[in-house]
Design a protein around this ligand. Sequence first.
Ligand SMILES: [Cu+2]
Length: 165
Amino acid sequence: MKKLILLLIIVPNLVFAESMKMIGEKGKSSEVDKTIEIKMYDNYFEPNQINISKNQTVKFIITNYGELVHEFNIATKMMHLKHQKEMAKMVDYQILLGDKIDKVKMKEVAKKDHSMAHSHANSLLLEPNKSGEIIWKFTNSIKLEAACNIPGHYESGMVSKFVGL
Ligand SMILES: [Cu+2]
């Protein structure tokens, strides 16, 4: 029984680590080939198509010009759909508050539920008028999208397609 419980904890994490490898890896600032500026609005990205070549390390400089909190997350469509459930939970826990992120509550809740820490290298969560960056190395030929997985945003068009991989 103990082994089973351990497996149930480890397997989803391994699956996640595996899919993370599939989409690429955190890039090094000394290896950046290209810088792309991303603007976030309510609810869309500019540009909505991003040209990338395999093995490129890209620095994304992301600014939220909207009035709501938005996410920039690099993943497959399947991964986004899974992540949308976590984001819905962040709203339930009142970590995500429309135009604000309650970081104190986030830390507190993440002690019990690590998925609520929202601390993966492929994603950035930004309040209005904030900027940040992600450096990502695209190591595989795979269909990827940049998306905002806050409830309702993806469905209303907050997604950019990566082309050229
Ligand atoms: Cu959004």
